[in-house]
Design a protein around this ligand. Sequence first.
Ligand code: ATP
Length: 311
Amino acid sequence: MSADSSAAVEVVDLVKAYGARRAVDGLSLTVPQGAVLALLGPNGAGKTTTIEICEGFRRPDSGSVRVLGLDAVRDAARLRPRVGVMLQDGVGGYTGASAIELLRLFAAYAAHPHRPEALLDAVGLTEVAGTQVKRLSGGQQQRLSLAMALVARPELVFLDEPTTGMDPQARRATWDFIRKLRTDGVSVVLTTHFLDEAEQLADTVVVMDAGRIVASGTPAELTKAGAEGQIRFHAAPGLRLVSLIAALPAGTHAVEETPGHYLVTGDVDPQLLATLTAWCAGQGVLAENLSVERRSLEDVFLELTGHGLRT
Ligand SMILES: Nc1ncnc2c1ncn2[C@@H]1O[C@H](COP(=O)(O)OP(=O)(O)OP(=O)(O)O)[C@@H](O)[C@H]1O
């Protein structure tokens, strides 16, 4: 694979082993500038190792990692002011300081920082600005960690499990924040266990398992590729499915899974749904509990690896 010098991040054939175990096993990925890429995978998939190598905190065994056109390891010092990093335990080392003190400290190192008070407000921490970091809740610490990653106005941010430990409201606020980063042209790489997070935020989702990429693409591509949608409904047993299939577009299947429980599989679009319900109406059949089921990233992952994302 050729290096794309205009990419925010370009990883080629990355390998990192701990003893005999390869935590990252030949991984290649590209993050275009201004894009959001989500690394999705279960515990131990190698997400943190990958991201920490990109951040310049760990050395790869082999492979190349270019960040903003520079070498992640050799040019780490030059990259530091341009890259924001939110670690999984981002504020652990500074627990005696207050939230605002910590943010001011980080701002002091930056050439053109955000105003710490305004940023603290933006992540919803104004009320606890004077509270010692160690007294903040886990979710508040996460939000402070996010603010610390952003205070220097980075061009690229790495967010390691940004919403873990947050309540639903803080999660949504953080999602909005990440969307705003994207609007502002900031490139984002995040890791997550959460399917909805990857689906909501990412331009590209890279699904990892055991150090390798098992699938990648836009959320829509991943949930569509290789499989169709399906429609389930209940109706009187013994419908004439031959007639239904004839009415539906070629390639659509229909089965009666158990008496009165029907499953239609195919390229599910509004037209298919309309044809199905029109056919039922024509037969004097009331289709009940009709549901359209879309493949989720969880389904994709299960199909590819044989196990779930939360194992
Ligand atoms: N410093 C280390 N020394 C030895 N093994 C490590 C080290 N860091 C990570 N590992 C191992 O490498 C593998 C990948 O870990 P990594 O933290 O990158 O995965 P992850 O996908 O980020 O998982 P999680 O979702 O739990 O954070 C795991 O088996 C882990 O135990």
